[in-house]
Design a protein. Structure first.
Lengths: 126, 126
DNA sequence: CTGTATCCCTCAAGATACTG
DNA sequence: CAGTATCTTGAGGGATACAG
């Protein structure tokens, strides 16, 4: 029963599953886009808004908060008027992007196959 | 503006974003668990039910259908009584698990850091 | 400028009952 | 055995107005 239990829904009973923990951040609509945008360097709130294009203030705020909470992003407030807040990736954030790039590359390479599979599935009509 | 636009919400306007396409499958609650279970070899419906433990029939059925549609999983029906249906990974499904393992490994290695970051975030109280 | 508060809506997912 | 149909709930996410 040992198996490669890396994806177990639960490490037994204790902690929330490590993979789920990370996957929840990946799965949400915006975290990856934000991480990607920040890989280019330090950014301010409105800068991210513009760069992501179609994200709402609320979601950007929430996403950044979660990423900060999980240690992927660092938030720096400058006590000026008007207020200035900068976001950048922590080392943890950067290191996360490494395996992530692998996945992105896979998606890029195989997207066509997935699309074909879907088409075939549908024309087979079941 | 060229950038590494790998994570663009949309390839411009055309197809659904390749990454999003894959991520949606990763993001859902069960796809990864099912893929993982099938890596061990061909399985039947109830076998998967037992192995995953806490998945409902409905979600297993839906998840398998989506994975089949995307070409990750193959479904084979044997015209017997009682009915027998077997599921296994396609080459595409197998190849997908390669980058996925990278991500899982990262999660495993860094989960402690994420937890610490959360604790620190909370004790900092804001 | 940098957010938070509020309202609403959609859709993933659980429970249960029924079917071939 | 291997599913589908139906109902319900709850979290995620959009829009907008307000606040420091």
């Amino acid at each position: 029963m040992a198996k490669t239990n890396l994806l177990a829904a639960d490490g037994g009973f204790e902690q929330p599953c490590p993979i789920r923990d990370v996957l929840d951040r990946i799965g949400d609509q915006w975290s990856l886009l934000v991480l990607d945008a920040l890989e280019g360097g330090t950014k301010r709130f409105n800068e991210l808004m513009r760069e992501l294009g179609d994200i709402s203030k609320q979601m950007l705020s929430l996403t950044l908060k979660r990423l900060e909470e999980d240690g992927f992003v660092r938030r720096t407030v400058y006590p000026e008027v008007p207020p200035r807040v900068e976001y950048d990736l922590t080392p943890l954030g950067h290191s996360f992007l490494v395996p992530m790039r692998g996945l992105v590359a896979w998606a890029d390479e195989h997207h066509r196959l997935v699309c074909e599979a879907r088409t075939h599935y549908r024309t087979a009509a079941k």
